[in-house]
Design a protein around this ligand. Structure first.
Ligand code: AMP
Ligand code: GLY
Length: 421
């Protein structure tokens, strides 16, 4: 099987690494890839948000399966164009991708099926939104509707803070994403991520994870794309997972079928869990990054079989061979991230790392400058490891992170603190 993966982050490096372990993978191309991916697969420069260009590339390269990593090509309808060209695709249609790109759409579906989530109201004008906030009081959550690169959510601890966020969103501070605003009840509890493959109506859970969104130790400071993750998430017990499937995920997927927009791909449900009861925080229509890295490390070669079965609508007969293990990934980021940070600094020590089925340094924002590997983004490397306990996975991940010689980078030292106690 010839496979094309779209994307160039740590998520796609881990997907490529897992796919290559499966003997069914004959050829692998990643577009655009990064310096780490280039050491294991062919990388191609194509516009991954241009579905017709991707379809043409697939024809020229005899691609059998396309795995779409990030949300932007999904929201742009690349999966639709590829399916239209007769390709097997892992990733939802643009219509189904609205579960991530439109918070108002997701809320409407939750209301239609009675899925537990935060109470909310939707506004297209600042005055009414602020009046609602004053009536409800704080803490309260203000969200820009649409993709705002993870920055469109303000957890306001006071009414003034919420009103300022509303003014900023309607004032264009978040671009087109802020044209509509959702105001939500602030939910308490512990957050965890649940990953489920869906090929229409069949839902196959493939793992749980928790990430650390804040840049600072103790989960403080500004939000990031994620500074580290571990799997499984202890709070997402089998009982909680069963409740989330029966009350939230299966009804949502059935409603999508009913509306003529069946979901195909991985559904990432962000859940808030309090006293064993899960409520939906949000859906994403892709694997989390860096959550994917810990899932791929645990699933290994079977990940490709599962993804292929999902793309071909064969999930009903697929099954996951769960290992009783744990994985952790620690993100190495450029100093200053998520704010302004340098680019182009040289990363040394990558060649001498011990990498095997339990240790991998996945690359995110890296590129080549001659013979050197250099940082090209904010999140740059993902030191990822597996072990029989979370502590063992943690020790290995940090040993890998510490073996890299990169003075311009940093990582949080407390990934997994909640689970490790
Ligand atoms: P979102 O982009 O919707 O995932 O929001 C980003 C983060 O904000 C989530 O992962 C939660 O940690 C937090 N968050 C979002 N909505 C709520 C809510 N209604 N109550 C509490 N925390 C929330
Ligand atoms: N790590 C969070 C996300 O991928 O959305």
């Amino acid at each position: 099987m010839n496979i094309l993966i779209l994307g160039g982050g740590g998520r796609e490096h881990s997907l490529a690494w897992a796919a290559l372990q499966n003997p069914k993978c004959d050829k692998l191309i990643v577009a655009p890839g990064n310096a780490g991916i280039a050491t294991i697969a062919e990388c191609a420069e194509i516009d991954i948000c241009d579905g017709l260009a991707v379809a043409e590339f697939c024809g020229e390269n005899a691609i059998d399966l396309v795995i779409i990593g990030p949300e932007a090509p999904l929201a742009a309808g690349v999966a639709d164009d590829l399916r239209g060209a007769g390709l097997a695709v892992f990733g939802p249609s643009a219509a189904a991708a609205r579960l991530e790109s439109s918070k108002a759409f997701t809320k409407e579906i939750c209301a239609a099926v009675g899925a537990p989530t935060a109470a909310h109201a939707h506004f297209t004008e600042a005055g009414a939104a602020k009046a609602h906030v004053r009536a409800e009081g704080a803490p309260i959550v203000v969200k820009a509707d649409g993709l705002a690169a993870g920055k469109g959510v303000i957890l306001a601890s006071t009414v003034d803070e919420a009103c300022a966020a509303i003014d900023e969103m309607f004032g264009g501070g978040f671009g087109a994403a802020g044209a509509e605003v959702v105001i939500e009840e602030f939910m308490t509890g512990e957050e965890a991520s649940f990953f489920v493959l869906v090929d229409g109506e069949t839902c196959l859970p493939i793992g749980t994870a928790q990430d650390h969104k804040r840049v600072g130790e103790g989960d403080t400071g500004p939000n990031t794309g994620g500074m580290g993750a571990y799997s499984p998430a202890p709070v997402l017990t089998d009982a909680v997972a069963a409740t989330a499937l029966s009350q939230i995920i299966r009804p949502t997927m059935a409603e999508m079928v009913r509306r003529g927009m069946p979901y195909r791909g991985v559904l990432y449900a962000g859940l808030m869990i309090e006293d064993g009861a899960p409520r939906l925080v949000e859906y994403n229509v892709r694997f989390g990054d860096p959550e994917c890295q810990v899932l791929m490390m645990r699933l290994g070669a079977q990940a490709l079989d599962l993804i292929h079965a999902c793309a071909e609508g064969r999930l009903e007969s697929a099954q996951v061979n769960w290992a009783d293990d744990h994985a952790m990934t620690v993100v190495l980021a450029a100093r200053g991230y998520p704010g302004a940070h340098g680019k182009g600094s040289v990363i040394r020590g990558l060649d001498g790392l011990t990498e095997d089925s339990c240790h991998q340094m996945f690359h995110a924002g890296t590129g080549r400058d001659g013979a050197d590997v250099v940082a090209t983004g904010g999140r740059v490397l993902n030191a990822t490891a597996r072990g029989t306990t979370l502590q063992a996975a943690r020790d290995r991940a940090y040993a890998l992170a510490d073996a890299v010689d990169w003075a311009e980078g940093f990582c949080r030292r407390d990934i997994g603190w909640r689970a490790l106690g």
